[in-house]
Design a protein around this ligand. Sequence first.
Ligand SMILES: *Cc1c(COP(=O)(O)O)cnc(C)c1O
Length: 364
Amino acid sequence: MTTPSFGTFFLPGPTEVRPEILAAMTRPMMSHRSAEFESVYANCDTGLRRVFRTARPVFISSSSATGLMEAAVRNAPAGPILSLVNGAFSERFADIARACGRTVTSLEVPYGEIVPLETVEHALRAKRFAAVTAAHSETSTGASQDIQAIAELAHANGAFSMIDSVSGMGGIPVETDAWALDFVLTGSQKALALPPGLAMCCASDRYLASATDAPARGRYFDIAEFAEYAAKHQTPNTPAVSLFYALEAQMAAIGPTGIECRWARHAAMASATHAWVEHQRAGGRVDGILAPAGARSATVTVVKVGAGVDTRALLAEVQTRGYTVGSGYGKLGATTFRVGHMGDHTVETVTRVLDVVGEVLAGR
Ligand SMILES: *Cc1c(COP(=O)(O)O)cnc(C)c1O
């Protein structure tokens, strides 16, 4: 069997990495305190500001994205936290806040749904919160929330907004400055189509000012220290240098004007996937999309299967045909599968894998 060099791997993270990006990582090591590294860092920062749509520095952490979820909480002002929980990752944000000693109020809705804005507003009016946590694109369910509106509600009620856009950033519009997000974070291995291991975040002025006073913010995820080093185009400790090479190459590929094309491409991949699911549903081969219309992420689709379908066997058969599709996450494992249509994929590569899944569903 001949496998195309790109276009076979459709997990909603890690996503497929182009060969050129993988090749960039074979560059030899350099000192992370050298001018040479500062130039790599500067190129990464410039590119990330375009992706985040900010004039502020974007901090780059050599950790998985969960590390920066913890950073968001540790550096936030003292006080209780309001967590919007509509899936496994937004639940993780709430868990992290509890583990960091915060009092957490969870606004939970069934997996697949989004938290109604009226519910958020009501909770924020009833009690003073230091911060609100929310997932932009809930990768376990494929639901996407209006983070602009959530951030506005938080501000109007004196709380900071802390947004997990791990599977949103680089695929769905995020306007860090225009929406006045206080803390927004992402990871390298989702819509940015890089290998896992880096996480990036941007913090507002007022968040940074309060971080400097946060009494027990620890050391590895001290955002005030990240800011200090970012000003010199460095990181507080030894960064994952090879991953910075990959990030630099990807930022160059996106270029000064590429982000809007990227958003449009993701919207097109999502439409193609939704149309495919509708076709399969009409044919009685699947039950439909978990997230309701109007609240679907453009980067990942969670497909509900019928009672008679063995998702594990389905994905194994797709695998033997040379393609990888994601299993359902956690408690949705038996009843759903996930198509990650994000990163450097195109309508063409997504259509190809969906054709294969369709063939397997039809028993061909
Ligand atoms: C993948 C993901 C995370 C966790 O990222 P890690 O890099 O595995 O720590 C958090 N939130 C969302 C929405 C994700 O998709």
